[in-house]
Design a protein around this ligand. Structure first.
Ligand SMILES: NC(=O)C1=CN([C@@H]2O[C@H](COP(=O)(O)OP(=O)(O)OC[C@H]3O[C@@H](n4cnc5c(N)ncnc54)[C@H](OP(=O)(O)O)[C@@H]3O)[C@@H](O)[C@H]2O)C=CC1
Ligand SMILES: CCCCCCCCCCCCCCCC(=O)[C@@H](N)CO
Length: 327
């Protein structure tokens, strides 16, 4: 009896001690980043996830600016947001690959509180058949474009008016947490954002700037519709391991993640598992999430291996069928 209650005591004490320890050590410390009455600048804000984010930020009372290339799509976005919320967003037509254009746009927009670097291109295809120009396009728009935005915005974020906590959010993808068939170029570009974000967070924490990395699964957008026209069958099969979402749902998760200053922002339940499986050395400010990461690490690795077993099974089956049908 005594032994049993001692065991019960230990079973309770161990997790509580771990929780207390984590409470003392998690860094950076928890933060709330307000959106209302603040300037939210969204790239790729004329379509899909970026447009949904612009709608929601406007609805929550932010001053919103959106940047993309096509003036026509920007104007359409502006109209639709005005119709839905009565709020007039500022639009900037620029290509993120052009640093001078980006800098001119941002300087005109003025001090920024929340920067959402969301623009992105995705051209799937096996590396063997994909042109290097397509690979370069993804690296240029997704990575170099993000560097341009952050470089040009940092001085303006530091100049923010009310001095409250600020955010730099980057739109990655679940294909930026795990490499997926058909996404060599795309996954490389999205994994790259993680290195950028982890390093940047250490550099800007002293200025009360908080970095968020958002990891959506397949999301119903005009971009996905285009992608689906040429996506290899195996890419679709593997990507289907994570459910598809609507742009509005992703935007809501993204905005909640930004407001709570979360470094890693998953969007669905598979994304939640992925975030634990790929926690690595990323910063974690939630004591509860840190606890889950520590306790679940071994088991989640097992789950990850099950997914890989399933994916390699699909690949084997695909090749066996291909051989039989002669392609
Ligand atoms: N949809 C999905 O399944 C998923 C998407 N993501 C990521 O979310 C982000 C948004 O995707 P989604 O909403 O589907 O994309 P869309 O293709 O629907 O929209 C892309 C936006 O980016 C802008 N854009 C593209 N290229 C440039 C450029 N060179 N300079 C400036 N703006 C540019 C586009 O406007 P314009 O063409 O006029 O420049 C548009 O506003 C991307 O980073 C994507 O990788 C992540 C996971 C899943
Ligand atoms: C530990 C267990 C983890 C289990 C979950 C694994 C699920 C992985 C699915 C990855 C899907 C990638 C979709 C990318 C979408 C995208 O970015 C394109 N549409 C282009 O934009």
């Amino acid at each position: 009896m005594a032994a049993l209650s001692f065991l019960g005591f230990l079973v309770l004490l161990l997790p509580l001690t771990l929780l207390l320890l984590l409470y003392l050590i998690v860094r950076p410390k928890p933060v709330r980043i307000p959106i209302k009455d603040r300037h939210v600048f969204i790239t790729g804000g004329s379509s899909g996830i970026g447009l949904a984010l612009a709608h929601q930020a406007a609805k929550e009372g932010a001053r919103v600016s959106i940047l993309a290339r096509s003036g026509e799509k920007l104007e359409e976005a502006k109209q639709s947001i005005q119709l839905a919320t009565g709020i007039e967003v500022a639009t900037y037509s620029a290509d993120v690959r052009d640093f001078d254009a980006v800098k001119t746009a941002l300087d005109e927009a003025g001090p920024v509180d929340v920067l959402v670097v969301n623009q992105g291109v995705f051209v799937p295809g096996e590396l063997e058949v994909q042109s290097l120009d397509e690979v370069r396009l993804m690296i240029d728009v997704n990575i170099i474009g993000s560097f341009h935005m952050i470089k040009a915005a940092l001085p303006l974020i530091k100049k923010r008016q009310n001095g409250g906590p600020a955010s730099i959010a980057l739109m990655s993808s679940q294909a930026g947490q795990v490499g997926i068939y058909g996404y060599t170029g795309y996954s490389a570009s999205k994994f790259g954002l993680r290195g950028l974000a982890e390093a940047l967070q250490q550099e800007v924490i002293a200025d009360d700037i908080h970095v968020s990395l958002i990891f959506p699964p397949d999301t119903e957008t005009p971009g996905l519709e285009e992608e689906n026209k040429r996506r290899p069958r195996l890419t679709s099969i593997i990507a289907a391991s994570s459910g598809a979402m609507k742009a509005d749902e992703v935007a809501k998760k993204a905005l909640d993640g930004i407001k709570s200053g979360s470094f890693i922002v998953p969007c669905n339940s598979e994304g939640f598992l992925l975030s634990i499986a790929t926690a690595g050395l990323s910063p974690q400010r939630s004591v509860l999430m840190a606890f889950v990461e520590v306790v679940a690490a071994g088991l989640i690795r097992f789950v990850a291996l099950c997914f890989q077993w399933n994916w390699y099974g699909s690949i084997e089956k695909w090749h066996a069928q291909g051989k039989r049908s002669g392609n």
